[in-house]
Write a protein that binds this ligand. Sequence first.
Ligand code: F6P
Length: 333
Amino acid sequence: MLTIPEVPKQKKRRSLAVLTSGGDAPGMNAAIRSVVRFGLSHGCRMHGISKGYSGLLEGNITPLESTSVANIIQRGGTILKTDRCEAFFQRATRREAANILIRNGIDGLVVIGGDGSFTGAHLLENETGFPTIGIPGTIDNDIAGTDDTIGFDTAVNTALAAIDRIRDTASSHDRIFLIEVMGRSSGFIGLSVGIGGGAETMILPESQETVANICKTIERGSRRGKTSSIIVVAEGKKPGLSARLARDLWKKGYTARVCILGHTQRGGSPSAHDRLLASVLGASAVAYLLAGKSNAMVGVREDSVVLCPFRKVVGFKKSVDSQMLHLAKALSL
Ligand code: F6P
């Protein structure tokens, strides 16, 4: 069960800020709403920082009330906007960021984002002592210390809906389709979408298939009377992998159509699962900060809310479950 940690009675009125950073993910707004309303309900002053760490460095900080986050739980994207901030890699910049927060009377920072965003928060706290806490928000689900991230479920459902449509036309025309999904260097989206969409095979960073093997899979299918094939390709570090594979398949005598789902996976209304996850993690992040815990990320492990120190999160890679890889292979025979 996802239980929100106890909040001890506060001796002084706390003043917290929230920002979103890195790639946006459906459900970030639900997390912002939860952070703000849970904080207000425990007597805190709440603030929103626009455009991630870049906005923080510009002092883009606004007080948020309950009405500021009304009617956003169902909206994709992030009302706070987001950014990937190169300048935050500099130590002096992080010191300046802490000074800005202190000058604005803020005594705790909630960062919603992924590994890069948490690296910034971790260094900020290590170097300046400013309390930070992270909420995992990325469609990639590639963050160590948590089984799930906000946005993953929605992205998988969005990609699945597209695959179902492509399957219709693939089967009408007896075609092979290479469908490229996001996930940078991790195959979580590719694996879930591949299993859920009944793909013939999946090309994942964790289980690279040779072109010869892909051809064998297509041939095996056609011997069983299959006239169309769906191959899910995780983008890997360099988007465009599916186009390169299509060229290689063409050289072996197969014509494959390519469909890159790209940023369609990042937008749209969050699923019920992501709204709930965001609501629980948003409130838990505030509860932990108010209990004096920081320099850590809130996450979910085996259906429980957990607090994982940033030092065990940043720079660590979570790998896809090898059993799921076996399942994917078994089901695509
Ligand atoms: O990290 C989320 C993600 O959507 C990855 O899956 C993808 O590789 C990357 O961001 C794309 O980033 P950008 O929006 O900068 O193109």
